[in-house]
Design a binder for this molecule. Structure first.
Ligand SMILES: C[S@@+](CC[C@H](N)C(=O)[O-])C[C@H]1O[C@@H](n2cnc3c(N)ncnc32)[C@H](O)[C@@H]1O
Length: 193
């Protein structure tokens, strides 16, 4: 299954996070048919549980076929994010194009305040570019992601990433005892709050 994670650049980032954080939970909001989850499944430690949600039943079935060990829930992200007994550290994979806009800003702040050891891997898209393409999506800009999560993070990393088709990339928001190593040739801005 090909997806954006077949890109070596994103693989470097994902492996670096897994090796540093040693997550006990991988959680994905809006898992669709499991392309990203399938990739992370191959690099996560065996004792790391995999959980996810999607609000469309058919995507849950497909995702389950790709990642049989995942615990998947067919529900809205707002409901699913109330789950507060996930073992930490958590890698929280978040599709900001679709899922975050469905969650009210204040709700997500409250939820993430409960997770003291979390690395959020969020997609970001240059919103202005996106509007030029006439997309109906309402992706969040890096600035918006920082506004939402900046208050509760130790590291805020924006990778330098310009793919030929998708002008987007990961934003990594990290809170925990360890720092994710970054290479300035790969990562662009680093903000620490
Ligand atoms: C672009 S796809 C996600 C791709 C996937 N994260 C990956 O990287 O392979 C967006 C998914 O979010 C789901 N979604 C949208 N709004 C949602 C909501 N409020 N709650 C749960 N899932 C939602 C859609 O059904 C869709 O499957």
């Amino acid at each position: 299954m090909s997806n954006i994670l077949s890109d070596p650049f994103r693989q470097i980032i994902a492996k670096s996070i897994v090796e540093t954080v040693k997550p006990k939970t991988y959680a994905e909001c809006g898992c669709y048919h499991g392309a990203s989850m399938n990739y992370w499944n191959q690099i996560l430690p065996p004792d790391c549980q995999i959980v996810g949600c999607d609000n469309r039943e058919e995507t849950i079935q497909e995702c389950k076929a790709h990642v049989p060990r995942a615990i998947l829930v067919n529900c809205d992200s707002r409901e699913w994010l109330q789950n507060d007994d996930l073992p930490q550290p958590i890698v929280f994979y978040l599709d900001t194009d679709w899922t975050v806009p469905a969650v009210k800003d204040q709700e997500i702040k409250i939820i993430l305040d409960r997770w003291k050891n979390v690395t959020i891997v969020a997609n970001s898209v240059n919103y202005e570019d996106h509007k030029l393409f006439g997309s109906e999506w309402k992706p969040f800009s890096v600035a918006k992601i920082f506004e939402l999560f900046g208050h509760c993070c130790d590291q805020f990393i924006v990778p330098k990433y310009k793919a030929p088709i998708l002008e987007n990339g990961y934003v990594i928001i990290h809170r925990g005892d360890v720092k994710i190593p970054f290479d300035e040739h790969i990562f662009g801005d680093l903000k620490t709050c």
